[in-house]
Each structure stands twice: as structure tokens, then as C-alpha cells.
Design a protein around this ligand. Structure first.
Ligand SMILES: CC(C)(COP(=O)(O)OP(=O)(O)OC[C@H]1O[C@@H](n2cnc3c(N)ncnc32)[C@H](O)[C@@H]1OP(=O)(O)O)[C@@H](O)C(=O)NCCC(=O)NCCS
Length: 153
């Protein structure tokens, strides 16, 4: 019996030329999306910025800040029509590998309490709540808190 191999997504460093596709996904996913300037600054600062691609194009992207033995995940996004197929989990595992190889012992991130998909993804991958940042995010009615999550590596 021959096994049918599922094509695996590829990971590569995000490039300036990816930004139009990134911005299209970002604006589709978020009510308060990052600007092109946020992505340009992340690339210019040398943050660990990743594209996850298939033969059909960009599936998702992520921005990771590595420094002083710690890591902070600033953005992790999967295109709407590619969601719920394990890509978010694969991208997160890639970032955990990058963080481990860098030598950091913990990965931190912020998530909106209202973001059920994000919270479920992180909980399934061992993240635990370690704090709350009051009024961290813009929201329709004022501001929304951020939950601070962290996982030990
Ligand atoms: C959060 C996000 C990255 C998940 O990506 P994804 O490719 O759908 O994730 P996966 O397919 O690997 O899902 C892993 C698990 O997360 C949870 N999950 C994902 N989407 C969910 C949803 N819409 N509702 C509830 N749980 C969800 C489920 O437990 C899921 O496992 P299951 O499909 O076996 O039930 C994606 O929904 C996204 O890009 N959202 C918008 C951007 C965002 O919120 N990013 C995180 C900001 S901190």
C-alpha cells in the first residue's frame, strides 16, 4: 500500500517583498491590524520574522523578539482560509524551536481575553497565564486587557 504524503509547509525568513501579502492577511484578520510600518520596523530591528508558505503562497507569518535569554511572540497569524488545519500549531512549534536554539528558557506573549482561537491554541501547547496587562489593546469601546501567557522551554 502506498502512503500518500501530505505536502509540508515551508518556513523561511520574512522579506520586505512579502509585506503586501502579509498586510492583506493582517487587515482581513484583525480589527486593529499592524501597519506596514510595524512590520518594516520589525524587519529593520532584526526581530525573528517568519513566513510559512505552501505551493499556493503565504499561509501565515510570525514576529518573534529574542533578547536577554527571553523570547516574546509579537505576532502569529494564519490566513483565514488556511485556519483550522494545524498550521497555527506548526508555526508555533517552529517558533518554539527557534527560541530553544537561541537559548531562551521562556517564551512570553500577549493575547486578548476575547480571542478564543488564540487562547485555545496556546493552552494546547503548554502556555499558562502569568499576568494581565490592563488596557493593553485598542478596542471598539475603549481598551481591552491583555492576558500574558508564558511557556518554559
Ligand atoms: C489563532 C490562530 C493562529 C490559530 O491558527 P490555526 O491554523 O487555525 O490553528 P490550528 O489549526 O493549529 O488549531 C489548533 C487548535 O487551536 C484551537 N483553535 C483554533 N482555531 C479555533 C477557533 N476558531 N475556535 C476555537 N478554538 C480554535 C483548537 O483547539 C485547535 O485544534 P483543533 O482544530 O484540533 O480543535 C488563527 O486562528 C489566527 O490566525 N487567528 C487570528 C490571529 C490571531 O488571533 N493570532 C493570535 C494572536 S495572539
Amino acid at each position: 500500500m502506498s502512503a500518500v504524503l501530505k505536502p509540508q509547509p515551508a518556513f523561511r525568513p520574512l522579506a520586505e517583498s512579502d509585506l503586501p501579502a502579509v498586510l492583506a492577511i493582517e487587515r482581513d484578520l484583525y480589527e486593529f491590524p499592524w501597519s506596514i510600518g510595524n512590520f518594516r520596523d520589525s524587519l529593520a530591528t532584526g526581530y525573528s520574522c517568519w513566513a510559512m508558505t505552501s505551493a499556493h503562497g503565504l499561509l501565515g507569518y510570525a514576529v518573534l523578539m529574542l533578547g536577554a535569554g527571553e523570547a516574546h511572540l509579537l505576532n502569529l497569524s494564519i490566513a483565514r482560509d488556511a485556519q483550522r488545519r494545524g498550521h497555527g500549531t506548526q508555526l508555533l512549534h517552529h517558533l518554539l524551536g527557534v527560541t530553544r536554539r537561541y537559548g531562551a528558557t521562556r517564551l512570553f506573549l500577549e493575547v486578548r481575553p476575547s480571542n478564543a482561537a488564540g487562547r485555545a491554541l496556546y493552552a494546547r501547547n503548554g502556555f499558562a497565564e502569568v499576568g494581565v496587562r490592563r488596557g493593553y489593546y485598542p478596542a471598539r469601546a475603549g481598551r481591552e486587557d491583555a492576558l500574558v501567557l508564558s511557556v518554559a522551554l
